[in-house]
Design a protein around this ligand. Structure first.
Ligand code: NAD
Length: 234
């Protein structure tokens, strides 16, 4: 039990990648606190809201007294330049950037020795499909926030980000082009992200901070020109 007596906080832990991260910590003995906007057996609230974050942080500290690991995972909305309103864009940044910043600030006095923060970004922090501005800006923001915090929290907490590519959270089977478009030959699973989160939080990663790990089956490393490997521009 690598994480016995440790306290982990996971945002957006009700389903998908966050749920897998929470389960992986629990399986290694950690006490896990989840905040999610969905109803359930956790702290229910919207991470875009300042007072909600303050109430959540107070509850965690009242119950545990300290925090070892903060995993900023809640999903910001994706809307593009044509449809996204001013308010929706701000909301995406509140969920994806401001909440990770403010939760870190709230927990800062309570981080224990060896504390670690993992920000879940996306391979979209470095590349884009059309009409994805709110999400992509939030992911670029959290990726940059990571190295800023790593420097500010030097000696107090290590701060790293993970940029997933396509991670299937539905348990579906993918074959053919869906799978082999990734150089690794498959679509990713939530456990691919959860195991990296646990590694980065462990003592084995004690010399890693301010770093980004892209877990995308090699998708962002693939250079594509018209005509390559059957890829054609219509
Ligand atoms: P998901 O939709 O399955 O889960 C996201 C969770 O966040 C849900 O439980 C949801 O209720 C919660 N959430 C959303 N808005 C919230 C809010 N305002 N306040 C509190 N909770 C909120 O998504 P996922 O695929 O598991 O994604 C998890 C993280 O991984 C996200 O940050 C996402 O951007 C990132 N990511 C996922 C993929 C992928 O392919 N699945 C790829 C790249 C990055």
């Amino acid at each position: 039990m690598v994480f016995e007596n440790k306290v982990a906080v996971v945002t957006g832990g009700a389903q998908g990648i966050g749920k897998a991260i929470a389960a992986a910590f629990e399986a290694e003995g950690a006490t896990v606190y989840i905040i999610d906007i969905q109803e359930g057996n956790w702290f229910v609230g919207d991470v875009s809201d300042k007072e909600t974050l303050e109430r959540f942080a107070n509850e965690v500290i009242d119950k545990s007294g300290h925090v070892d690991y903060l995993i900023n995972n809640a999903l910001p909305m994706m809307k593009g330049i044509d449809e996204c309103s001013f308010e929706e864009f701000q909301y995406a940044l509140s969920v994806g950037v401001t909440a990770p910043f403010y939760l870190t600030k709230l927990f800062k006095p309570y981080f224990s020795d060896g504390a670690s923060i993992i920000n879940i970004a996306s391979s979209r922090d470095r590349m884009s499909q059309p009409q994805t501005e709110s999400y992509t800006a939030a992911k670029g923001g959290i990726a940059a926030l990571t190295h800023a915090l790593a420097v500010s929290l030097a000696g107090k907490a290590r701060v790293n980000s993970i940029s997933p590519g396509w991670i299937d959270t539905t348990g579906s089977e993918f074959s053919g082009p869906d799978a082999f478009q990734q150089p690794a030959g498959c679509v990713g699973k939530p456990s691919d992200i959860a195991s990296m989160v646990l590694f980065l939080c462990s003592d084995k990663a004690g010399f890693i901070t301010g770093e980004n790990i892209c877990i995308d089956g090699g998708m962002t490393k693939q250079m594509i020109y018209h005509g390559d490997h059957g890829w054609t521009l219509q």
